[in-house]
Design a binder for this molecule. Structure first.
Ligand SMILES: C[S@@+](CC[C@H](N)C(=O)[O-])C[C@H]1O[C@@H](n2cnc3c(N)ncnc32)[C@H](O)[C@@H]1O
Length: 223
């Protein structure tokens, strides 16, 4: 069973009763997404590379909050966005429509996302003229594409709840889709994760975590 919970910044998240875990931090869903994925991932990439286009792979697409905030940021900054989500258990458009995330992005983006989300589970959707979205409905280990990405948002449930998502095998697999120089970000940081990422040829950075977490991991693919 999945139910809505209001987090400390007033934004909603979902609680997955079988997994025993929330989709976002209870200290603030939008706050966490903005800090971990937008600031430490996307903005860091854009500010260091100054590209006019960016491609993002997200493992654990869920409600689409990270997509919405990233797409809005790219639109406001004139950057084209090619976004691919990977999601084993897609939420319905009805559940997504009840998240209240329309309060945090432009109305045009929200309306376009909601109307195209279900089709994005089958084919690439043009959300607006410089933004496209595709959500691969599969397990992370089964995901495959010919594309390579600039930024990888790793947003799996916590290792204690879903250890299979944090194994060397899963990390190695998803990281094959990242370009050399590409950025991997996640909200967590553990000794196991750091060792895996170093072993996969990444330079790791321990950076400030979202409220409620002291640190998080950013890793740059160097080989
Ligand atoms: C922490 S939540 C992600 C929250 C999401 N990024 C959002 O903003 O709503 C983890 C997500 O991983 C998905 N998931 C669980 N097992 C998976 C697997 N093996 N492969 C891909 N996704 C998986 C869950 O269904 C859930 O949507």
């Amino acid at each position: 069973m999945i139910e809505f919970v209001v987090t400390s910044d007033g934004s909603k998240t979902l609680y997955h009763a079988e997994i025993g875990e929330h989709y976002h931090s209870r200290h603030g869903a939008v706050q966490e997404s903005k800090h971990v994925f937008l600031s430490m991932g996307l903005r860091h990439f854009l500010e260091s590379q100054h590209p006019d286009a960016v491609s993002i792979l997200e493992v654990g697409f869920g409600t689409g909050l990270n997509f919405l905030l990233s797409a809005d940021y790219c639109r406001l900054n004139g950057v084209a966005l090619d976004y691919t989500g990977v999601e084993a258990f897609p939420l319905s458009a009805t559940v997504i429509s009840q998240t209240g995330y329309d309060a945090y992005v432009s109305q045009g983006l929200w309306a376009s996302f909601l109307s195209r989300y279900t089709d994005s589970l089958r084919t690439v959707q043009q959300i607006h003229d410089t933004c496209q979205l595709e959500v691969a409905q599969c397990e992370a280990l089964q995901f495959s594409t010919v594309k390579l990405f600039d930024v990888l948002y790793f947003d799996a449930f916590a290792a204690i709840r879903q250890p299979a998502m944090w194994t060397e095998e899963t990390l190695r697999h998803v990281c094959t889709f990242l370009k050399p120089g590409g950025i991997f970000v996640t909200y967590a940081i553990t000794g196991h994760l750091k060792r895996c990422m170093k072993g996969l040829g990444f330079t790791i950075e321990k950076v400030q975590g979202a409220p409620g977490k002291r640190e998080m991991l950013r890793a740059i693919k160097t080989s």
